[in-house]
Write a protein that binds this ligand. Structure first.
Ligand code: Z15
Length: 753
């Protein structure tokens, strides 16, 4: 692809490139990429993958697409010659935030890898008019503002496909929009296909709890993304959204299969559907419905076709995230789907001897995951430990029924975005040391040979400094905070959730604050950076944000402590912020209660960018620890087995742990009189009491070992030479977590494209 920006500028605006502003240049570049992508052919293949997901957290696309097309450096140079900075231009793009967190970002990384491997596979989801809310901090608390991204976006292309979706009592017309998905160095493409209503009433402000009447509902199905992560809002509107998504998806799948020559009886030869968590699981009864009601299949044959084409990924063991809909809700939303679900339940009971433990419908409640496991041909977890827990405990009765359906697919991250795009300094060093093959192979193991090479270690260190400088600039410009140049950067960025235990890091901060007050002055400044949004309805998570913001302000105002300890909570943490912060980190905080984080994916991004992990043996941390070896990671905390035992036997006594003197001091600090005066007393009391009496995710069980480990990490950081080696080993081993690897495994074991 050849780009001549000067010519384009003259042609479009009758002005030289030098005179355009950054926003105009940004749109111009987006137009160029979009127009070029439109001419690229689709990846072909008889069998096509449909990756169904309620969320695709794609982030900004311009830089990514310029890299995929191999024109990034050229564009940068042309802009520089005209006095422009591509970095500043990139900042003008609005980020499509069509996801909450890990699950949505995983889907985006997967699309990138599917396209890069040249596999025929599209993402299918919803075109939310308001993405995840924009987070602001007001009075040391989270405020949520609508994120109306649509009127400023430049990537969506209207597709000619449009369908009708019938709900109980009303019918809507849909409209499909596509975003082209390019692969690295590829001349063919895939698409992200986002369904929308033909017309949406944007005048309504998105809120989480509108009791729409049917008329309003029909106009607002795609108005907003539910702001819940690893949690289930349990709202009727969500069921409407899900059915709208899967009905459109199912119609699209049948349509395209027929276009490619299917007679529908052979549909599994033409299409495979991966359902990302249970949110799209109603695609199962919907496909059955279409085959029976529209295409005249017998029920049994329809079921047998669907059984061979749907696969399910489980992303959590948290009970509150496993969708269970009242059958009455399904009857209201889509009566025919409710009917089919009941038939699927009866069929399953007949086949498996009516075991309530694995039933689809039980006490008037539909268990979506159960339906996906019975009627899908594959179920996978997202990290080795997570899959083991599914097989051994959470889904054990299903594992006994269908051991052959179960497999593990450890998550991965796309190297295009998370190193090539986010960390050009480190990428450049790797090019010089290893050659550029790693950019396609994602194999960085060659780096191990340089473990004792001073020059290479120094260059990696320089790259880290450059990334830190970029982050400091970003935090200054967007958050108005200054970070000491020599500070250790310690980062926990992810959704705010009790099981992820941001509150435990807050307790460490309190401990460190008191320790410095006691005269123990650290060798160098420590900057602890948080970022993350909390679901607006999740009260304790809001309280945790409040505590962090309060600590941040309190410490900044303390002349004794502030030169040594700094707490930063990034406002509106999103994909773009992640790209600035992760490359700069020294320490990666992955401190969830063992067994609760299915995989985690930021852990992989930090490792790839040379951070050393401080973690519990949870999710994919276990695999990171196995790869890098004991001397290159810091692990602590109660094991997942022991945690499971404590829950099973109701044996965790939070209050007993609270009463230990060293612990009580820290927890009580949350509600000290100065804090109560400065902050929101209700929030602080609630958080204090929750930790002192409930502590459902056992922060007080692990806090002392955590403090010890952290102090050891900080001491070890001072042995600069040893630390650089740890960092190098982490980068060298990160190839295992390329999402290209993950997607190859999905394809070899499940999709067979
Ligand atoms: C979500 O982001 C995840 C799981 C869920 O069930 C929902 Cl609803 C949202 C996350 C997991 O918490 C995280 O551990 C995992 O890495 C990610 O999905 C991708 O698999």
């Amino acid at each position: 692809m050849k780009i001549d920006l000067e010519a384009r500028s003259q042609e479009k605006f009758g002005r030289p490139l030098a005179e355009l502003d950054d926003t105009t240049i940004c749109t111009m570049l987006e137009d160029i990429v979009r127009e070029h992508a439109a001419t690229m052919p689709l990846n072909e293949g008889k069998r096509r993958l449909y990756y169904l997901s309620a969320e695709f957290l794609i982030g900004r696309l311009l830089t990514n697409n310029l890299i995929e097309l191999g024109v990034y450096d050229d564009v940068k140079a042309q802009l520089a010659a005209a006095g422009h900075d591509l970095g500043a231009v990139e900042e003008r793009e609005v980020e499509p935030s069509l996801g909450n967190g890990g699950l949505g970002r995983l889907a985006a990384c997967f699309l990138d890898s599917i396209a890069t491997l040249g596999l025929p596979g599209d993402g299918v989801g919803l075109n939310y008019h308001y993405g995840l809310f924009h987070q602001r901090f007001v009075d040391l608390q989270q405020a949520a503002e609508p994120d109306g991204w649509l009127d400023r976006q430049d990537w969506l292309v209207k597709d000619e496909k449009a369908y009708t979706v019938e709900f109980g009592g009303f019918t809507v017309k849909s409209r499909l929009y596509d975003i082209d998905v390019l692969g690295y160095g590829r001349t063919t493409k895939n698409r992200l296909r986002l369904f929308d209503l033909e017309s949406v009433d944007d005048s309504l402000v998105p809120v989480n709890s509108i009791d729409f009447d049917k008329g309003e509902l029909a106009k607002n199905l795609t108005l907003f993304l539910y702001p819940d992560d690893s949690d289930d809002a349990g709202r009727l509107l969500r069921v409407y959204q899900e059915y709208f998504m899967v009905s459109n998806a199912a119609q699209l799948i049948l349509d395209e299969a027929v276009e490619r020559g299917s007679n529908l009886h052979d549909l599994p030869d033409y299409a495979v559907v991966q359902i990302n968590d249970t949110h799209p699981s109603m695609v199962i009864p919907e496909l059955v419905r279409l085959l029976v009601d529209v295409h005249g299949f017998e029920f049994d044959e329809a079921v047998s076709v669907v059984r061979r084409m749907v696969a399910y990924t489980n992303h959590t063991i948290l009970a509150e995230a496993l969708e269970k809909w009242p059958l009455e809700s399904l009857k209201t939303v889509a009566p025919r789907i409710a009917e089919i679900v009941v038939k699927l339940d009866e069929l399953e009971r007949a086949e498996n001897g009516s075991n309530d433990a694995v039933a689809i419908v039980r006490d008037g409640v539909v268990h979506m995951a159960h339906m996906a496991i019975h009627y899908g041909f594959s179920i996978n977890g997202v990290a080795a430990l997570h899959t083991k827990i599914l097989e051994d405990t959470e889904l054990h009765p299903f594992y006994e029924l269908y051991p052959e359906k179960f497999s593990n697919k450890t998550n991965g991250i796309t190297f295009r975005r998370w190193i090539m795009d986010a960390n050009p300094a480190l990428s450049g060093v790797l090019d010089d040391v290893l050659g550029t093959d790693w950019r396609t192979s994602c194999d960085l193991s060659g780096l191990l040979a340089f473990k004792d090479d001073d020059a290479v270690l120094a260059r990696l260190d320089d790259a880290k400094s450059e990334a830190k400088a970029g982050m400091r600039e970003f935090l200054w410009e967007t958050q108005g905070v200054r970070i000491p140049e020599d500070a250790i950067i310690d980062v926990q960025v992810k959704r705010i959730h009790e099981y992820k235990r941001q509150q435990m890091l807050a307790l460490y901060i309190i401990w460190k604050y008191l320790d410095i007050k006691n005269g123990n002055i650290p060798a160098r400044p420590l900057t602890i950076i948080f970022g993350g949004k909390a679901a607006p309805a999740y009260t304790i998570a809001q309280d945790i944000i409040h505590l962090i913001l309060l600590l941040s302000r309190w410490i900044a105002a303390d002349p004794v402590v502030s030169p040594h300890l700094q707490v930063v909570m990034i406002e509106n943490y999103n994909v773009s912020a992640a790209e600035r912060v992760i490359p700069a980190a020294d320490i990666s905080e992955q401190i969830s209660l063992a067994s609760k984080e299915a995989s985690g994916t930021s852990n992989m991004k930090f490792m790839l960018n040379g951070a050393v992990t401080l973690c519990t043996l949870d999710g994919a941390n276990v695999e990171i620890a196995d790869l890098v070896g004991d001397e290159n990671i810091y692990t602590f905390g109660t094991s997942s087995k022991e945690v499971e035992r404590l829950y099973a036997e109701h044996a965790y006594d939070a209050h007993a742990h609270y009463l230990r003197p060293g612990v009580k001091l820290l927890v009580d600090f949350i509600a000290n009189p100065a804090f109560l005066a400065l902050g929101n007393a209700e929030r602080l009391h609630r958080l204090h009491d929750d930790m002192a009496w409930k502590d459902w995710f056992m922060a007080l069980l692990d806090i002392e070992e955590y403090i010890q480990k952290k102090e050891q990490v900080l001491a070890d950081y001072e042995n600069r030479d040893a630390w650089r080696k740890k960092s190098l080993v982490n980068i060298a081993k990160a190839g295992a977590f390329s999402s290209d690897r993950t997607i190859r495994q999905y394809n070899e074991d499940i999709w067979h494209l």
